[in-house]
Structures are given as structure tokens and as C-alpha cells.
Design a binder for this molecule. Structure first.
Ligand SMILES: C[S@@+](CC[C@H](N)C(=O)[O-])C[C@H]1O[C@@H](n2cnc3c(N)ncnc32)[C@H](O)[C@@H]1O
Length: 181
């Protein structure tokens, strides 16, 4: 069943013509991972219209604070309004590189913006995570040939254990756990 807050986030995205929300398959993965015992500091890079955030927060234990960063101020304001009834949700307006480190470390992170250049942002993203934290990246193309800096970074980093999951015939995700400080 799709949680009501996810339905509202999807409606917001439709109303705003925003087409980059995460797929339901990704949402279901986020929902399951967010529901695990012990998740106390979840976050997200790239709020969009709050669809991924809604999948996450609808699975969190009551009162667990959630932080999501969005660089587009209009988008951040609209999504802040979406979650206005949930005081555990904070939508941070601005570049995640400036906003999220102030709320770190996170024990669960959905990386959904600025992920194409791990040579620039990968280590800064890792620095947001506490040891044992889980990070999820979506939108990988299955069977892609040639070099892939995203896979190279997140699947082979010595501080991570990681795997790639096929979510649909055309889309895969990486789930990784930080195993070193
Ligand atoms: C793929 S969409 C996010 C979709 C959302 N996570 C979801 O699951 O529905 C990426 C979002 O990241 C935002 N973004 C891009 N660069 C950013 C940055 N440096 N800091 C924060 N947000 C950023 C974009 O404006 C866009 O709204």
C-alpha cells in the first residue's frame, strides 16, 4: 500500500510538473530500510517534491528527525509545506554541501542529487555518514558498458560494503553500508 503522505507528495510533483521523483520501486526500498530498528538520524540529498522523503518518513519510528536538502528555494518551500504537519521533518533550503553537514552524522542517507561526479562529491558525501550508516543511490542503468564513475566509487570504496540491486528491468540502485570511521 502506498502511504498517504507519498500520495500527497506525488500530487505535489504532478501539480508542479516535477518529473524527477523517485520510482515506487525505489520508494519501497527506502521504506523498508527506514523501518529498520535503530535508525535515528536519516537524511536525503535532493528533496524534489518530497516523494522519496515521504517513503522514508512514513516508515520511521515516531519522533525520529529527518533532514532533506533542496537547492531550489521554491521547491524547498513547497515541500516544507507538504510536511508542515510533521515537526520531525526539516526541509533545508540550499546546497546540501552547506546545509547537511550541520545536521550530520546520518545513519541512513538517500543520495539523490549531485551523484554523477563522485570524484568531486563522493568523499564529502561519505563524511556525512556515521560508521554503520546505510546509503542508497538510485537511477543506475543495468548492464551499462564502459567506465562508470558512480559504480566505481560506491561499489569499490574501501570504507564501504555495497551491492547493486535491480529494481526494474531498466533501473538499478546501490545500497552501501559504511564500515569504517
Ligand atoms: C532527482 S531529484 C530528487 C527527487 C527526490 N529525492 C525524490 O525521491 O522524489 C534531485 C533534486 O535535487 C536537487 N538538487 C540538485 N543539486 C542539489 C544540491 N547541490 N543540493 C541540494 N539539492 C540539489 C534538485 O533541485 C532536485 O530537486
Amino acid at each position: 500500500m502506498t502511504p498517504p503522505i507519498v500520495e500527497r507528495a506525488l500530487a505535489l510533483a504532478a501539480a508542479r510538473g516535477f518529473t524527477r521523483s523517485c520510482m515506487a520501486e525505489v520508494g519501497a526500498l527506502l521504506h523498508v530500510l527506514a523501518a529498520r530498528r535503530g535508525i535515528l538520524r536519516p537524511g536525503e540529498i535532493g528533496t524534489g517534491c518530497g516523494v522519496g522523503a515521504a517513503w522514508i518518513v512514513s516508515a520511521l519510528a515516531p519522533g525520529v528527525a529527518f533532514f532533506t536538502a533542496e537547492i531550489d528555494p521554491d521547491q524547498a518551500a513547497a515541500t516544507r509545506e507538504l510536511f508542515a504537519q510533521d515537526e520531525a521533518v526539516t526541509v533545508l533550503s540550499g546546497d546540501w554541501r552547506e546545509t547537511l553537514p550541520l545536521e550530520a552524522p546520518f545513519d541512513f542517507l538517500f543520495l539523490d542529487a549531485a551523484k554523477q561526479r563522485p570524484d568531486l562529491d563522493g568523499e564529502a558525501t561519505l563524511a556525512l555518514l556515521t560508521p554503520g550508516a546505510t546509503i542508497v543511490l538510485d537511477d543506475l542503468t543495468p548492464g551499462r558498458t564502459g567506465t562508470d564513475p558512480v559504480r566505481d566509487f560506491w561499489l569499490t570504496h574501501p570504507d564501504l560494503v555495497a551491492t547493486e540491486l535491480l529494481l526494474t528491468p531498466k533501473s538499478a540502485a546501490i545500497v552501501a553500508v559504511k564500515v569504517k570511521a
